[in-house]
Design a protein around this ligand. Structure first.
Ligand code: FPP
Length: 246
């Protein structure tokens, strides 16, 4: 396999982890078993990202729409998340990984919220990599929330309408302190954004693989990163003017 160029790694990788259900169905297993196997992929991809020196990794762990799934599946996903956070704390601390979250986390079960905020607090001084979990997240909802916050500041007089720019709006999103993703990966072959980071992916390179999330491990991930490195990022310019962000 070709080697990755360490100087051309994406700064921020975002992933839509899809296909746990299909992975399980093909094996005659329950959807929950698929999510369990998917958690192992989460571990592998977080570890690999850290080893490679990727600074930001955002995982779509639970969407706004996922609340509509059968309650036993929602419950199982929440249980897996809670256990994952508890079991990974040591590894996060040992490897300088800071945990962050985006989304309407106040909708999560109280126990999960407690574990989540505790983990965020305990890892807040880590600087090697930020792992952001999108939980009860929806991109449109995030934009509506930002607009409301902006209007609140206009009413208070701390924001002037003629001062609203793209950069200013970005500061009102959950991702205010996060660079936009350079690479968005979606597993299991669907060609959709599914309400993930709508504002932030304006110039993001997209990689879609038929591999189902539980099968998406280090080797597949390296393939996605190699593919990314072969692309020329133009940000709307001509080929001659290609911009290479530092
Ligand atoms: C999609 O599979 C995946 C999810 C709904 C959530 C992803 C959750 C995990 C990987 C496990 C827990 C998360 C963490 C961070 C520990 P799907 O059920 O939509 O698959 P399908 O489209 O094949 O039915």
């Amino acid at each position: 396999m070709e080697r990755l160029d360490p100087d051309k790694l994406p700064r921020h990788v975002a992933i839509i982890m899809d296909g746990n259900g299909r992975w399980a169905k093909r094996r005659g297993l329950t959807r929950i078993a698929g999510h369990q196997k998917g958690t192992e992929s989460v571990r592998d991809i977080v570890r690999t990202s850290r080893e490679l020196g990727i600074k930001w990794l955002t995982l779509y762990a639970f969407s706004e729409e996922n609340w509509k799934r059968p309650s036993y599946e929602v419950k199982a996903l929440m249980g897996l998340l809670n256990r994952y956070l508890k079991s990974e704390l040591k590894e996060m601390l040992d490897n300088g990984i800071r945990l962050a979250c985006i989304g309407q986390t106040e909708k999560l079960p109280p126990e999960v919220q407690r574990t989540l905020w505790q983990t965020i607090e305990e890892t807040e001084h880590n600087t090697e990599m930020t792992l952001t979990l999108a939980l009860s997240y929806g991109g449109r909802q995030e934009i509506v929330r930002a607009v409301k916050k902006m209007l609140g500041d206009i009413e208070k007089g701390t924001l002037q309408v003629n001062r609203i720019t793209e950069e200013r709006l970005s500061e009102y999103l959950y991702t205010a302190d996060t660079p936009d993703p350079d690479l968005l990966i979606r597993t299991s072959g669907e060609y959709r954004i599914s309400n993930f980071l709508l504002w932030q992916v304006a110039y993001t390179e997209i990689f879609i693989t038929p591999t189902l999330w539980p099968d998406f491990r280090k080797e597949r991930y390296l393939e996605a990163l190699l593919d990314y490195q072969k692309r020329e990022r133009r940000f709307g310019t001509t080929g001659e003017q290609t911009i290479h962000p530092e």
